[in-house]
Design a protein around this ligand. Structure first.
Ligand SMILES: *Cc1c(COP(=O)(O)O)cnc(C)c1O
Length: 387
């Protein structure tokens, strides 16, 4: 990018109505935000699915952790460690029924770190067309060739596996829960294919953990299967902290700790962040019904009320609720109306989703009260559909 051309590009972004600004918002509960001018909104685009960020026990763990230092001061391989980060890795591994786990600084960096470290020049990564940007970028920085398969299309994937010669390793990588549609990857079929073609299966459960499976363990539990080689996850969504992890065999985890540059060359997450995630994980394991059960109940309630209000909700098994309005302008206008009335939801449009599928996307959390859900439905109904 030539700096003298930057202004022009920004103008084009503005003219296309796609100029974005960060939200200046403070969450006063896990579901309610306050702006600088004092106005309030109910938040329907947070990934804090279980409301862990505002759980008393989790906040106390964060407060307590600060005595081990505010920042970690170094990478994990040097000085950047507290006992609890190793404990967290052990407990994440056991939660995901894996031998071991490695923590990275974010979920985004986890995908970069895994795909960079594992994708060698003779290897091929088969990647779902709707995978998260961090997987796309991980494929880019790996030295492997990337083959994109049509979204969750197992017949097409099998054809590609069959017809693409490879001298190195085959990888299949997919989101567990897809963030834009809230649909779930066909994990049992992926396991069958990875076995048949001797591939390594990587499933990113960033939107799966805390959300699907009876006790919130993600897509393997949802389908009652085992056999995912690497389960990627984040600490920043349902676990209310920041960071990411890969849960896998001891050998893969040792390999990542020794070879993955995002792990080796970045300062570790802090004690505060790690102990926040650990407290949230323990709370979830102790009381799954209170969190996952409540999330499922709120999701069911919201979808039912929206449907009753005449708003066409796309079916999904997750708290991600897309409402397809197709046209970009209509979607933006509708979202603005709702936001003006204190319901913060997202308008998703190209290039995030294909042209003609612009949509409202809202996520329900376990923290929303019935009153908040009812209020959102009332506002959404009052403006739907726009002329
Ligand atoms: C959010 C998300 C990530 C990134 O996780 P962060 O911890 O926010 O960096 C990675 N993969 C998927 C599928 C996600 O939805």
């Amino acid at each position: 990018m030539k700096l003298e051309n930057m202004g022009k590009v920004l103008d084009e972004i503005r003219e296309g109505g796609r100029f974005r600004k960060v939200q200046d918002l403070r969450m006063v509960t896990a579901s309610k935000g306050v702006r600088r001018d004092g106005s309030e909104c109910i938040v329907f685009n947070s990934n804090d699915y279980l409301g862990m960020t505002h759980e008393q026990e989790v906040q106390e763990a964060a407060r307590d952790a600060v005595r081990w230092g505010t920042g970690s001061g170094g990478a994990r391989l040097t000085s950047g460690a507290v006992f609890e980060l190793s404990d967290l890795e052990k407990e994440l591994a056991s939660f995901k029924h894996a031998e071991d786990a490695v923590i990275f600084n974010t979920g985004y960096m986890t995908n970069l770190g895994v795909l960079y470290a594992l994708g060698g020049k003779d290897d091929i990564i088969f990647s779902d067309a709707l995978n998260h940007a961090s997987i796309v970028d991980g494929c880019r920085i790996s030295r492997a060739r990337t083959v994109i398969y049509p979204h969750s299309d197992m017949a097409a994937l099998e054809e590609l596996l069959k017809n693409t010669p490879v001298s190195g390793q085959r990888f299949i990588v997919t989101d567990g829960v897809f963030s834009m549609d809230g649909d779930i990857a066909p994990v049992p079929d992926l396991i069958r294919l990875k076995e048949k073609y001797n591939a390594c299966l990587i499933v990113d459960d960033a939107h799966g953990v805390g959300v699907i499976g009876e006790t919130g363990r993600g897509s393997a539990e949802h389908f009652h299967v085992s056999g995912i080689d690497i389960q990627v996850g984040t600490l920043s969504k349902a676990l209310g902290a920041e960071g990411g992890y890969a849960a896998a065999s001891r050998e893969i985890c040792d390999y990542l700790r020794n070879v993955s540059r995002p792990f080796i060359f970045s300062t570790s997450i802090s004690a505060v962040t790690g102990m926040t995630a650990l407290a949230a994980l323990r709370l979830l394991e102790r009381e799954p019904e209170r969190f996952v059960g409540r999330l499922m109940e709120n999701t069911r309630y919201m979808k039912e009320k929206l449907a009753e209000a005449g708003i066409p909700v796309e079916p999904s098994d997750t708290p991600i609720i897309p409402i397809i309005l197709s046209e970009e302008e209509k979607t933006l206008a509708y979202a603005s109306r709702c936001i003006e009335e204190g319901i913060l939801l997202s308008a998703i449009r190209p290039p995030t989703v294909p042209a003609g599928t612009s949509r409202i996307r809202l996520t329900v959390t376990a923290a929303h009260t019935k009153e908040e859900l009812d209020r959102a439905v009332a506002v959404m109904k009052a403006h739907f559909p726009l002329p």
